[in-house]
Design a protein around this ligand. Structure first.
Ligand code: TRP
Length: 336
């Protein structure tokens, strides 16, 4: 039987941290065994908020390198802007999506209210509003069956299905596959500096641990992790301590996890030991990724060529879909 198609995408916004790795990338790597996977670095999406032109290009290559270093196969990777059909389909699907529904998207509401806060000006682009239509195009153009995403993307996935359904009704056939979100139970990693919030880049440098940071920095960040604050509730593990346990488990160091938990339950766990084990578990996990990244960077031209050709291969599917869409909606299909 033919393998089902999985598609997911990620924005090129710089560093990759342990929250990204455990929340998404590790799952992407594992899915490659059983599915036909396509993973996009979505640079068009990254233009919807204020950004730095030179950084966008650098971040795109950086993210590709990082994904490859973590175990994503090059053949499964593409860059969104190297497949311009996404943008073309997006225009067409704009005409199958209601304006009201877009204005009601929670991510749009959040981000459009953030724009003023970021300083500069309070410009909210149409790109930000129609962002989910571009996302729908990313998915529908490959007729993806499953889309591994976090719960925060649930609304966008529903919108994608609505658009697909409206399109199918309009053209009178089941043209687009209605994609399903694939929610995997992934560990939710928190900031070690403030365990009440999740690990993320937006909160600032001390709130995330980069997968590609130097060992010394990783060790230091974990050493200074917040454990118990204020009153200690004997019956409940504090968020900070729990987060370190989660990290050890996520890194697959289960023997150490069990032993430390036993000590904790007996009330004789030393947090310095917990932190040492957390640091060594994380370092053991990231070491091969960091080594692979060094290898990849030895020959940058090689990865550029590889990504160009994998994008080119993946593009063939997108071109085929767009050709049929144009036929269905009454646009000219003329070859120049
Ligand atoms: N909106 C997604 C995010 O911010 C990124 C994304 C763009 C995406 N296109 C996609 C995710 C298609 C899944 C499928 O995380």
């Amino acid at each position: 039987m033919e393998k089902k198609a999985v598609l997911s995408c990620i924005q090129p916004t710089g560093d990759m941290h342990l929250g990204n790795y455990f929340g998404a990338i590790k799952n992407w790597v594992d899915l490659q065994k059983d599915y036909r996977c396509m993973y996009g670095v979505v640079d068009y999406h990254a233009m919807t908020m204020p950004y730095d032109v030179d950084k966008l290009r650098l971040n795109t290559w950086e993210l590709i390198t990082n994904l490859m270093a973590c175990g994503i196969e090059t053949n499964n990777l593409f860059v969104q802007s190297l497949v311009p059909e996404h943008a073309e389909l997006s225009w067409i699907l704009n005409c199958y999506c209601s304006y009201g529904q877009l204005t009601r998207m929670t991510q749009f509401k959040d981000k459009s209210s953030q724009v003023g806060e970021l300083g500069k000006d309070d410009f909210v682009s149409v790109g930000l509003l129609s962002y989910p239509v571009l996302q729908a195009s990313d998915i529908l153009i490959y007729r993806a069956d499953y889309v591994p995403v976090g719960k925060d993307q649930e609304q966008h996935l529903e919108l994608t299905r609505d658009i697909a359904q409206r399109f199918n009704n309009a053209v009178g056939k089941e043209f687009f596959v209605l994609p399903e979100a694939l929610y995997t139970d992934t560990p939710k990693i928190r900031s070690t500096a403030d365990p009440s919030r999740k690990m993320s880049k937006s909160a600032g440098e001390k709130h995330y641990i980069s997968v590609f940071a130097e060992s010394e920095r990783i060790r230091k960040q974990i050493k200074s992790a917040v454990t118990d604050t204020g009153e200690v509730d004997k019956n409940q593990m504090s968020e900070g301590v729990h987060n370190l346990f989660e990290l050890i488990k996520a890194c697959g160091n289960l023997l150490a996890y069990d032993a430390l938990l036993e000590d904790y339950n007996k009330g004789k766990l030393k947090y310095s030991d917990l932190k040492d084990v957390t640091a060594s578990s994380v370092l053991e996990l990231v070491k091969p990724f960091q080594e692979r990244k060094l290898q990849i960077n030895l020959n940058k031209k090689d990865i550029k060529d590889k990504v160009r050709s994998s994008s080119h291969e993946i593009r063939k599917v997108a071109q085929e879909t767009l050709k049929e869409v144009k036929e269905l909606v009454g646009l000219l299909n003329v070859k120049f």
